[in-house]
Design a protein around this ligand. Structure first.
Ligand SMILES: Cc1cc2nc3c(=O)[nH]c(=O)nc-3n(C[C@H](O)[C@H](O)[C@H](O)COP(=O)(O)OP(=O)(O)OC[C@H]3O[C@@H](n4cnc5c(N)ncnc54)[C@H](O)[C@@H]3O)c2cc1C
Length: 115
């Protein structure tokens, strides 16, 4: 069967690949001038820059994890975000460290009461 896949993001790309492997004739089009949709990165001075905002791959699904590993080698990465609010750094997402720094509370019950 001839199939037109509109969009070359993760969904379109995976669908196109799997359909092609099943013997279908696939054409992929995209209105952008590059493939990969929102996860697109472009090389700038040796660094992969995420054009549409930073993307981190995460899954708890072993089948998905095994699938993606055939395409690339993944680095282990821990996302650690801090917010700078009026010169003070706070952990994000919020955790007990954040609440302790903001309100001086120690226990989840104390934080709950403040919230
Ligand atoms: C700033 C940001 C950060 C994110 N961070 C993460 C993250 O860290 N981890 C994570 O798992 N997910 C993240 N996401 C979500 C992730 O980007 C999406 O879940 C994923 O890219 C969706 O893939 P998709 O193929 O469905 O859509 P898209 O990536 O949006 O791809 C759709 C493609 O279809 C094309 N298209 C649409 N309409 C047409 C048309 N009519 N004709 C031709 N082409 C068309 C578009 O140009 C696009 O290239 C983030 C999203 C954003 C915006």
């Amino acid at each position: 069967m001839k199939i037109l896949v509109v969009g070359s993001g993760l969904f379109g790309a995976v669908s196109a690949r799997e359909l092609a492997l099943s013997g279908h004739e696939i054409k992929v089009i995209d209105k952008r001038d590059h493939v990969s949709g929102n996860i697109y990165t472009k090389q700038v001075e040796g660094i992969q820059v995420h054009q549409y905002g930073a993307h981190i791959f995460h899954t708890v699904n072993k089948r998905v994890w095994d699938y993606v590993q055939q395409f690339a080698e993944f680095n282990r990465y821990t996302n650690e975000v801090v917010a700078n609010y009026k010169g003070e750094l706070y952990n994000l997402p919020f955790n007990m460290n954040t609440f302790n720094k903001m309100w001086g509370v120690i226990t989840p019950d104390e934080a709950q009461a403040k919230i």
